[in-house]
Ligand binder design. Structure first.
Ligand code: NAD
Length: 305
């Protein structure tokens, strides 16, 4: 099988000083791309900044292996500066991997405004800022690929991660709209919910599980989604340890009530099992996939609830 290559492409990887970002940066460089290795340094909880060592080490390793890379130490909240580094060093930008991440885990009752705001700003606003700065270049050149890093915590919820899960699922909503707005210009945006061993998860998962969660097992999916041959757009993949799956929305067939004053909470209570019955479920892929006209007709023909 021929290798999927990225010669001539410029890839921006945020949070590439360690963990998943580092292996993405190394891989893209090994397949011919020029890489901006962004990482502002700092701790797992976002305290402390200005340690440039992590990004510098990754850049040096890439160059030593014969690849092309430059470091950038800005926070993703200054996404325009990160994209400016790509333009200055390589003259273009083709691929953005929104990967940088921190945690401020606490039960909701103990979560401060600062814990909430920091996570929203870093994960959600930061990803938007980097994507926005790249967007005009993508539109002009008729090509672009964006990966937003979501999380199982966002998809399913997770104790102690109200701030993080909100930001992570918001990112997939963002992905779905960018996918629609970018499609005509060959700009594709997808989300991943990875599981991998990193400083972020080293205290969360038991060592025997961590041993199987090499970050390099996330790379093939991310790289495929960023390749020019890939048609995938607006999707969400859950993956780790070699397992790769795709998620979709499922909507129950539902119940139609007569929309008049007889529609009460008691009616809902009586029908709640049927409302949640997934027999004959639908799998909507757009906001337009509700047959409102048909539903209104059906409702009209009903007697009182
Ligand atoms: P990591 O802590 O090893 O790497 C994150 C990197 O982001 C760090 O090097 C950090 O310095 C950098 N960073 C933090 N804030 C930044 C900022 N404002 N600007 C630029 N860089 C910044 O973590 P990881 O496990 O490799 O996580 C990568 C991404 O994957 C994160 O978005 C994380 O939320 C997500 N994720 C990871 C897992 C997992 O199992 N590891 C699970 C779900 C989601």
């Amino acid at each position: 099988m021929s290798q999927l290559r990225f010669d001539g492409r410029v890839v921006v990887v945020t949070g590439a000083g360690g963990g998943l970002g580092k292996v993405y940066a190394q891989f893209f460089a090994s397949r011919g791309a020029s890489v901006v290795v962004n990482d502002l340094g700092g701790s797992r909880t976002g305290d402390g900044t200005g340690n440039h060592k992590a990004a510098d080490i990754v850049v040096n390793e890439i160059i030593a292996a014969g690849g092309k890379a430059v470091a950038n130490f800005d926070s993703v909240e200054d996404g325009d500066k990160i994209i400016a580094t790509a333009i200055k060093a390589f003259g273009r930008v083709d691929i953005v991997i929104n990967n940088a991440g921190i945690l401020r885990d606490k039960s909701f009752s103990r979560m401060t405004d600062e814990d909430w705001d920091l996570i929203q700003k870093m994960h959600f606003r930061g990803s938007c800022k980097v994507a926005k700065a790249a967007w005009e270049h993508f539109q002009k050149q008729g090509y672009g690929r964006i990966i937003n890093t979501s999380s199982a915590a966002g998809i399913y919820g997770n104790f102690g991660q109200a701030n993080y899960s909100a930001a992570k699922l918001a990112l997939h909503g963002f992905t779905q709209t960018l996918a629609r707005e970018g499609a005509k210009k060959n700009i594709h945006c997808n989300s991943i919910a990875p599981i991998a061993a990193s400083r972020m998860t080293e205290t969360v998962f038991p060592p025997e599980l961590l041993a199987h969660l090499n970050p390099s097992f996330i790379v093939p999916v991310v790289a495929y989604l960023c390749h020019e041959s890939c048609e995938e757009n607006g999707s969400l993949f859950e993956l780790g340890a070699g397992f790769v799956s795709k998620l979709r929305w499922e909507r129950s067939k539902g119940v139609v009530f007569k929309a008049d004053s007889t529609f009460t909470p008691g009616c809902v209570s009586k029908q709640i099992a049927k409302i949640g019955d997934y027999t004959d479920a639908q799998y909507p892929t757009s906001i337009a996939e509700v047959d409102w006209v048909g539903l209104l007709e059906e409702a009209k023909s009903l007697k009182a609830n």
